[in-house]
Design a protein around this ligand. Structure first.
Ligand code: TXA
Ligand code: MG
Length: 327
């Protein structure tokens, strides 16, 4: 059930979380599917509802950096502590930090790992909900596993419907892409998933930062959620350089980042969405998932998407698109 995120309804959602229920709520990135991080039964329900592989750990949300020890144990001194201190100014914000988990966070939440990803979301509804719930809130994105992450309450309802106890509607998520996942366990710190906080920004603060390119070849994979097929619409999705010769564009939709379309003629497509007229990647990121879902509803044979630059915010966008096309 979708309910508006009024103070009264946030309090109601918090009592659902306190009693072991599962609530969808907005963050500045995408909608999350939250439960008490210390309640193994509630955590198991998150995995069931999403159809999520039990090997893929959840992100734990806290209301303020001072509550870090609700989720993780950060040593008083040393490199991990120094790096954390340099990064805490990104909170509240779209940066999830992987640190040694606290003993009482159940292994269900971390998919058997002794580390946990933790963040403080920069969204007033998410923050009030977590505060009122009086616990750390474990929350993956509120979509069916492998489908596109939800950026509106309606997306959550379409995907998960009545399986969740409540959906708090706080309007569209401003960021539209997931948080950056950065492991502080490794030296140098390792980006496990590029996101809204860019690699360049992290490097300017930390110096050297490594990037997980070849996750498939590492066993165990440092971040099991990074399967190569993810974020995919049901309709076949290809980059504009890979339009199959046998398919015309009459039954295809085009998603472009800007108006520089080269040899592509948008009038040949049945539908066209421009993510940003000015070519602004922040605006494009905020609209990307809704655009993929909108195209997916049109019963097209093909969705064609332009590539964008592979740096700054473009790194996270291209990461998601590469997974969505399954390459
Ligand atoms: O923006 C976001 O991060 C959103 C909102 C709701 O906060 N959440 C989100 O969660 O995107 P999810 O479950 O869709 O993605 C979590 C990612 C996965 O790639 C997972 O493997 C990684 O974080 N992760 C979580 N805990 C980890 C850990 N202990 N070690 C390595 N990777 C971890
Ligand atoms: Mg997800």
């Amino acid at each position: 059930m979708i309910i508006p995120a009024t103070q009264e309804n946030i309090a109601r959602a918090a009592s659902v979380i306190k009693t072991g229920g599962v609530v969808a709520f907005p963050t500045e990135t995408v909608y999350g599917l939250g439960a008490d991080a210390k309640n193994p039964g509630a955590i198991r329900r998150i995995f069931e509802i999403k159809g999520r592989p039990s090997t893929n750990p959840l992100i734990i949300h806290i209301p303020d950096p001072q509550y870090l020890n609700l989720a993780v144990e950060l040593p008083e001194r040393g490199l991990m502590r120094d790096n954390f201190e340099k990064l805490r100014r990104f909170w509240p914000g779209p940066l999830s930090l992987v640190l040694p988990k606290r003993g009482d966070i159940p292994l269900e939440a971390t998919a058997g790992r002794y580390t946990a990803a933790v963040r403080v979301p920069a969204h007033p509804v998410a923050l009030s909900l977590i505060q009122a719930s009086d616990c750390a809130v474990a929350a993956p994105s509120a979509n069916r596993s492998d489908y596109i992450s939800p950026t509106t309450a309606q997306h959550v309802a379409e995907d998960l419907g009545d399986k969740v106890d409540l959906i708090l509607d706080g309007g569209p998520c401003p960021g539209g892409l997931e948080s950056t996942v950065l492991s502080l366990i490794e030296d140098p710190p390792l980006i496990l998933r590029p996101g809204l906080v860019t690699r360049e920004t992290l490097e300017s603060v930390l110096g050297k930062v490594a990037m997980l390119h070849d996750f498939a070849q590492r066993t165990p994979a440092p971040s099991p959620g990074l399967s190569s097929k993810h974020y995919s619409p049901r309709t076949k999705l290809v980059f504009d350089s890979d339009i199959p010769a046998e398919l015309g564009c009459a039954q295809a939709g085009l998603i472009s980042f800007n108006d520089r379309l080269g040899r592509i003629d948008p009038s040949r497509f049945r539908a066209h969405i421009r993510l940003s007229l000015s070519g602004d990647l922040g605006e494009a990121a905020s609209r990307l998932y809704a655009a993929l879902r909108e195209m997916d509803e049109k019963n097209l044979e093909l969705i064609v998407i332009q590539r964008c630059e592979d740096s700054g915010l473009g790194l996270a966008i291209m990461d998601r698109l590469q997974r969505a096309v399954g390459k």
